[in-house]
Ligand binder design. Structure first.
Ligand code: HEC
Ligand code: HEC
Length: 347
């Protein structure tokens, strides 16, 4: 009897660990927003492509999840448990058609080629899409703003995350075969020889020496804040003038509590001014559609205990969260504009 109870207790204790991590659920939670629920792509590149799934070995997938692609939007998932990573990899495999060839076995075999010959071939055949130094195409994944002849962003190849994950064999197979349904075509079909392709693989591998380092950790304040030496009303007027002076167009001014209280009863000492610059919005959206979350620009002016303050989000802080090196430059510019407007309105 005692033994039976003990066994039951042991089984109960073992249960949580025995519940397998659910790959579909984890994928839905961590990946689908960017890669699409069925791997069709979005802010992220497609993952369900047959040529991708058959050339990417499990090791490539695991390492890509763990290390991400520094500065190229794809986050590093360091805090997932190993079992969770395996479950997600299993889920990616479920995107493959039942009759698809088995996934490639991981291989650490080196492909030998002539780096200098590879450099010339890369400039001729690859640089137009992947950048002269393999820095990748502009924008993100598969987006509405992409030119029709280039519907998918060419990934960065001089990226520490990519280079650490991809084996020579995988890079070679990608070049030999291409990825049907994307602008990445087969270079065997294009008339390159296997030796040419080996030379290009050797050149891509040589990026390891120059791949940009991981961006420094986030140390930007979340909010930009300035105390005004004017009254609330004057500060709001200054704000509008400063924004217009910097080529922004005013969209509207409203009380912070607008919509939460009957009209006229909102706190008149808390005002938001919305403004935008359509060129900037279009440029930023084509780099990363997620900036839609903090555009149009808005600045809040509040008066509390006789002190008037002007507050805005800090685009640099948000940009650091997005892991998008291209967006960083636009956000630096935006932060400078905000700081200029805040200063002009309050000093
Ligand atoms: C914030 C958006 C975003 C999220 C979230 C995201 N990814 Fe990505 N992922 C990307 C982008 C963008 C790329 C292409 C990077 C480049 O340009 O080099 C990418 C690349 C990849 C690649 C390499 C694809 C290839 O063709 O080599 C894999 C595999 C991948 N992601 C899997 C995942 C998985 C699995 C998750 C969830 C655990 C995930 N990603 C979450 C945006 C994202
Ligand atoms: C017309 C544009 C274009 C050209 C030219 C091109 N590529 Fe690509 N390449 C892409 C796109 C787009 C992808 C992403 C495909 C996808 O969604 O999986 C890609 C994917 C890749 C990948 C896989 C990257 C990853 O993250 O898994 C490698 C490696 C690659 N290309 C290397 C090359 C090399 C080397 C050349 C020259 C021989 C080349 N490409 C030429 C557009 C191009």
């Amino acid at each position: 009897m005692f033994k039976v109870i003990l066994l039951a207790v042991m089984l109960a204790g073992a249960l949580p660990a025995a519940v397998a991590a659910d790959g579909a659920q984890l994928y839905g939670q961590h990946c689908a927003a960017c890669h699409g629920l069925h791997g069709e792509g979005g802010v992220g590149v497609p993952l369900a492509l047959p040529d991708f799934l058959s050339t990417a070995d499990d090791d490539f997938l695991r390492k890509t999840l763990r290390n991400g692609r520094p500065g190229r939007v794809m986050p590093a998932f360091r805090s997932l448990a190993d079992a969770e990573v395996e479950a997600i990899v299993g889920h990616l495999r479920s995107f493959a058609k039942p009759d698809a060839p088995a996934a490639r076995a991981p291989s650490s075999a080196r492909v030998h080629g002539d780096v200098e010959k590879g450099r010339a071939l890369f400039a001729q055949h690859c640089a137009a899409c992947h950048g002269a130094n393999g820095e990748g195409g502009h924008g993100t994944g598969v987006t509405f703003s992409r030119p029709r002849d280039l519907p998918i962003m060419p990934p960065a190849l001089n990226n520490a995350g990519f280079l650490a994950a991809a084996s020579d064999a995988m890079i070679k197979a990608t070049l030999m075969r291409g990825r049907e349904g994307t602008p990445m075509i087969s270079y065997l079909d294009q008339g390159l020889s296997e030796q040419d392709i080996n030379n290009i693989v050797a050149f891509v591998r040589s990026f390891e020496a120059s791949a940009p380092a991981q961006p420094p950790p986030l140390d930007e304040p979340m909010i930009l804040e300035a105390e005004s030496s004017y009254s609330l009303e004057e500060t709001v007027e200054n704000m509008k003038r400063a924004a217009i002076g910097k080529n922004f167009r005013l969209i509207r001014e409203q009380r912070l509590e607008h919509g939460f209280f009957p009209e006229g009863e909102e706190n008149a000492k808390q005002v938001i001014v919305y403004f935008c610059n359509f060129n900037f919005i279009n440029q930023a959206l084509s780099l990363d559609p997620r900036v839609g979350l903090f555009l149009p620009c808005r600045v809040t002016v509040v008066e509390q205990d006789g002190v008037v303050k002007v507050l805005s989000i800090n685009p640099k802080h948000l940009s650091a969260l997005y892991n998008n090196r291209e967006l960083d430059a636009a956000c630096d510019e935006m932060t400078e504009l905000y700081e200029g407007i805040l200063e002009e309105a309050t000093l």
